[in-house]
Design a protein around this ligand. Structure first.
Ligand SMILES: Nc1ncnc2c1ncn2[C@@H]1O[C@H](COP(=O)(O)OP(=O)(O)OP(=O)(O)O)[C@@H](O)[C@H]1O
Ligand SMILES: [Mg+2]
Length: 290
């Protein structure tokens, strides 16, 4: 069951014509408030800066991502959420003018080490995009492609088993098991997004990055994906960018608030939405900014 919103709805802080200010950190403070670090991080990021040419898009961000948590990233458009998310599996490498410095580790491995091959890295840290993007191939091939190129199955029966397992985990098996040979692009938007999740799962990821995965979906397909995220976190670590604060409240355990390239606050989701520490977090979640 999805968590109801009643306990996590952003606070009503207007009282008559007066605004009660609860946040302690002033608007001018650009340090990260709250609790960006955890005991046993799955991923750890320290002093991460990202530049597009001369323009700095991410400013000295440090944060840990815990094992089996859903971390939501929120903030106004252009604040750097997608840019930072793409740092976590080196997807920014594909943008010629983009430069990343600082340290990002997956367990103890520096993912920006020269020795790292980005192909297996992007299987370990998979990504699901805003717009579902199945390959122009069959449903079966969409899921089988990754395991095949990564050499995860020796025999056809093994590959069949991976495809079935991944589609079951993505909550799509029952809807597609009788038409695996039909094109992935023929599915509905919500089904396509679950197919893309199955494709990410098929190569055995540790972390799954999701950049606004529901923004192109209707409320029913969105609810299906949100329920899926809650199940997937038992096995995977998930980082989700969302503009929907109610979605962040429903699916995540911790939330990170970005603002103009700065990470201004990280905390337990219910705390961040009811008692934010930073004045700018409060402005955003109460609709006064962004
Ligand atoms: N490929 C790129 N080339 C140049 N600048 C870029 C590129 N991608 C992003 N930027 C810039 O980096 C900053 C952060 O952009 P980013 O897309 O990460 O923001 P965002 O928080 O994901 O926004 P949105 O909520 O609209 O998706 C913006 O100023 C944007 O213009
Ligand atoms: Mg974005």
């Amino acid at each position: 069951m999805l968590q109801t919103l009643s306990s996590t709805t952003p606070p009503v802080i207007e009282s008559g014509n007066q605004t009660k200010t609860r946040a302690r950190v002033s608007r001018d403070d650009r340090n990260t408030a709250g609790h960006p670090f955890v005991d046993k991080p799955r991923m750890s990021c320290r002093d991460v800066n990202v530049y597009y040419g001369d323009k700095k898009a991410i400013n000295s961000v440090s944060i840990d991502i815990a094992e089996n948590e859903v971390l939501a990233m929120i903030g106004p458009s252009g604040c750097g959420k997608s840019t930072f998310l793409r740092c976590l599996n080196r997807m920014n490498d594909t943008i010629a003018i983009c430069r990343v410095d600082g340290t990002i580790k997956l367990d103890d491995q520096d993912i920006y080490d020269k020795k790292i091959d980005v192909v297996p890295l992007r299987a370990q840290v998979g990504m699901v995009f805003q717009k579902p993007n199945p390959f122009p191939k069959s449903i079966y091939e969409n899921v089988a492609y990754g395991p095949r190129i990564h050499g995860l199955a020796d025999a056809k029966t093994e590959l069949d088993a991976i495809v079935e397992r991944s589609l079951i985990k993505a909550g799509l098996w029952d809807e597609v098991k009788d038409r695996l040979d039909q094109p992935g692009t023929g599915l509905s938007g919500g089904q396509q997004q679950r197919l893309c999740i199955a494709r990410a799962i098929a190569v055995g990821p540790e972390v799954i990055l999701m950049d606004e995965p529901c923004s192109a979906l209707d409320p029913i397909a969105t609810a299906t994906i949100e329920e899926l995220i809650s199940e997937l976190k038992l096995q995977y670590t998930i980082v989700i960018v969302t503009h929907n604060m109610q979605q962040a409240a429903r699916v995540s355990q911790r939330t990170a608030y970005f603002h103009l390239g700065d990470l201004l606050e990280v905390g337990q989701t219910d705390k961040l939405f009811t008692r934010p520490s930073h004045q700018l977090t409060e402005d955003y979640i109460t609709g006064r900014f962004g």
